[in-house]
Design a protein around this ligand. Structure first.
Ligand code: COA
Length: 257
């Protein structure tokens, strides 16, 4: 991998997008590296994945405009499809994902953050969708995930205007979960990841699947899915361990079985 670094500490895998001379802009090669890295990370079974950008200035300053300016419609479609596949590896991954947004999160950067389950932003982070100002539109899931997260009216305003918003406004509209001081997004994300990693890994995985289901289905089917996932966990050793530990007034030791 030229532009993606993966580190593993305990149950937490950190994927860093590292193309600092271009503010971590996403080229076709980079989006493939992100997808490939996520597949490898998932096969190693960490309990949480944290995604961040290298350096202090940018999380990801968008898709690579230089590369896109030379694309034919067919190449652009392929770029979008590869991007969608990579984002699905975050969104649909059984493992919870946290974006540590440490600076510019524009266009594709915002879309990577949106594909994660949770977003923690440094106070210098800037969010926005500049695409329409370039004569294109968000093509890595932004038109679909942003309305689901912040509602259609706010999403349309941001996408149609290409207005940049700071971390405080991003938190106000529900785009980010939490804002932390500059330089602390990654450490805050890792702290949260460690906290998630202490919980039953299967329980967290099934809870993620159930919460995702809420976005794809109606309440009746969503509740049925929840009941099935709830029941399934009662067949795991971890559920016996977790509830048993409560009765025995000790900390549970989860194995993921
Ligand atoms: N695609 C390609 N290259 C990019 C890029 C992108 N999305 N974002 C930044 N870069 C490159 C710049 O071209 C520059 O390269 P160079 O040194 O070879 O000229 C380098 O990264 C540094 O960026 P620069 O613009 O000099 O930094 P800045 O601090 O003046 O401005 C931004 C930062 C983020 C405001 C500005 O880079 C920008 O507007 N980027 C594009 C954002 C965008 O529209 N993203 C959505 C794309 S769909």
């Amino acid at each position: 991998m030229d532009f993606v670094k993966v580190e593993r500490e305990g149950g937490v895998a950190t994927l860093t997008i590292d193309r600092q001379d271009k503010l971590n802009a996403i080229s076709p090669q980079l989006v493939e590296e992100i997808g490939q890295s996520l597949l490898e990370i998932e096969s190693e079974g960490p309990r949480v994945i944290v995604v961040t950008g290298a350096g202090e200035k940018a999380f990801v300053a968008g898709a690579d405009i230089t590369a896109m300016s030379a694309m034919s419609p067919t190449e652009a479609k392929r770029f979008a499809e590869i991007g969608h596949a990579a984002m699905a590896l975050l969104d649909k991954s059984p493992i919870p994902t946290i974006a540590a947004v440490n600076g510019f999160a524009l266009g594709g950067g915002c879309e990577i953050a949106l594909a994660c389950d949770i977003r923690i932003a440094a106070e210098n982070a800037l969010f926005g969708f500049p695409e329409v100002g370039l004569g294109i539109l968000p093509g890595m899931g932004g038109t679909q995930r942003l309305p689901r997260l912040v509602g259609p009216a706010v999403a349309k305003e941001l996408i149609f205007s290409a207005r940049r918003i700071d971390a405080a406004e991003a938190q106000e509209i529900g785009l980010v979960n939490r804002v932390v001081p500059q330089g602390e997004a990654l450490s805050a994300a890792l702290e949260l990841a460690d906290q998630i990693a202490t919980n039953g890994p299967l329980a967290v995985r099934y809870a993620k699947a159930a919460a995702n289901k809420a976005l794809d289905t109606d309440l009746v089917n969503g509740l049925e899915y929840e009941a099935d996932q709830f029941a399934l966990l009662f067949s795991t050793e971890d559920s016996r361990e977790g509830m048993g530990a409560f009765s025995e007034k000790r900390k549970p030791e989860f194995t993921g079985n």
